[in-house]
Design a protein around this ligand. Structure first.
Ligand code: COA
Length: 374
């Protein structure tokens, strides 16, 4: 019999098969269905990537046009969902808002037969951005926005709803690129949570609600918000260097650095970093970018830790006028594609996911009546 050893946090453990993505394989830092992330980031739209993940192939022109039209037609929010979003307090975290929104949608438009799964995925892809900005605008400026914009892209839709006008081309393109970079990442914590839920033959809304809960934490998707809070503390690169050295001395975690799978760099970082620089130049203020670079240098010099996808994504979003508390929800607007694709892949060859644990509790004990207990 092979000896079973527990591995902290399941690091290095292969927990299943996927056709969707490779992470950190030699010669190919990150691929979606065999396509290199750099080719996708340079050439694709997020809608093409969503189609690739959900349908298994890149769409041709007619398929893409049809897909964009379908997503646009699904952006509206049912009245009952709008009422729920209005009832969620202004102080709630928008990740909790999305968790509730997706869960509520699962009540009023249940998935039912799994044959409906692609329609559910499309509805979630189309209306998660609507939920996010509807709640945000209602609670910040009292506006009940129309979520049915005419923008072709998800990135245009998000920025249009946020700022009440179609976005500048550079912002739409940059957000499009970050959505591509965030769309899929193999068996990360939130995706794995979604697959565990799916493995019980539960519905897609439950899997996605669970995945949102997992993504929220600062060790996972929440890192982009935490990175922004860190960067904004410093007014100059010198101050940042000194501040981060102090944090390292105190053994603080620096959010936006390190990765469970990548060992020397995160392939998404160079793309985000270049976009952050371009957007800083456009804004005519390099401080945030230079502070970020200084933090990146200290982390590498001191700890050989590299910036992950979340670190420079923070300033990219900031330069587009996206409020910090929406950074992780925007991750959801993208990762819904990967999650839904994993739900479908899990169902196609399902097996209940139920690992074992090493027991470290007390040995078998005698029952003690309540009056005899210490
Ligand atoms: N800041 C400071 N030290 C860090 C660090 C960070 N961001 N990431 C890892 N380390 C240190 C750990 O403290 C640990 O040091 P030790 O061996 O002296 O105890 C060592 O590096 C190994 O880290 P560990 O936490 O065991 O790695 P992991 O694989 O379990 O964790 C992360 C991976 C992503 C959870 C971890 O790097 C982290 O917490 N990063 C910050 C959060 C983040 O950016 N998350 C988004 C990931 S895409």
């Amino acid at each position: 019999m092979t000896e079973k050893k527990s591995t902290g946090g399941l690091a290095g453990v292969t927990a299943g098969k996927t056709e969707l993505c490779t992470v950190g394989k030699e010669g190919a830092g990150l691929t979606y269905r065999g396509y290199d992330i750099y080719d996708l980031a340079d050439n694709a739209t997020f809608e093409e990537v969503a189609y690739l993940l959900l349908h298994g192939k890149l769409p041709n022109r007619a398929e893409l046009d049809g897909y964009i039209a379908k997503i646009k037609s699904l952006r509206g929010l049912p009245d009952a969902l709008k009422t729920v979003l209005e009832m969620v307090p202004a102080e709630a975290h928008p990740m909790s808002v999305l968790r509730t929104g997706v869960s509520f949608l699962g009540n009023i438009e249940p998935e039912g037969d799994f044959a409906n799964q692609l329609n559910v995925a499309d509805k979630l892809l189309a209306c998660i951005p609507s939920m996010m900005v509807y709640w945000h605008r209602f609670h910040t400026d009292g506006t009940r926005i129309d979520t049915e914009t005419d923008d072709d892209s998800v990135s245009g839709h998000i920025l249009h709803m946020l700022h009440d006008k179609p976005p500048p081309a550079l912002h739409e393109k940059s957000l499009n690129t970050t959505l591509i970079l965030y769309a899929e990442h193999e068996f990360n914590a939130s995706t794995f949570a979604g697959r565990v839920i799916t493995g019980t033959l539960s519905d897609m809304h439950s899997a996605v609600s669970g995945a949102i809960g997992a993504l929220r934490g600062p060790l996972h998707g929440g890192a982009n918000e935490a990175a922004m809070e860190l960067i904004q503390k410093f007014e100059s690169p010198e101050e940042a260097t000194k501040g981060v050295l102090g944090m390292l001395e105190r053994k603080d975690l620096i959010m936006g650095f390190g990765h469970r799978v990548y060992t020397t760099s995160d392939p998404r970082n160079s793309v985000n970093k270049a976009m952050s620089k371009t957007l800083a130049e456009e804004a005519g203020d390099m401080t945030l970018y230079e502070v970020s670079e200084a933090i990146e240098k200290v982390m590498w010099d001191e700890k050989k830790l590299f910036a992950n996808a979340d670190f420079f994504a923070a300033s990219v979003y900031h330069f587009m006028g996206i409020p910090t508390y929406l950074f992780t929800p925007i991750f959801v607007c993208s990762r819904i594609t990967g999650w839904a694709a994993h739900v479908m892949e899990q169902r196609a060859d399902n097996k209940l996911i139920r690992p074992a644990a090493d027991y470290i509790g007390p040995p078998l004990q005698d029952w003690v009546a309540i009056e005899d207990r210490a």
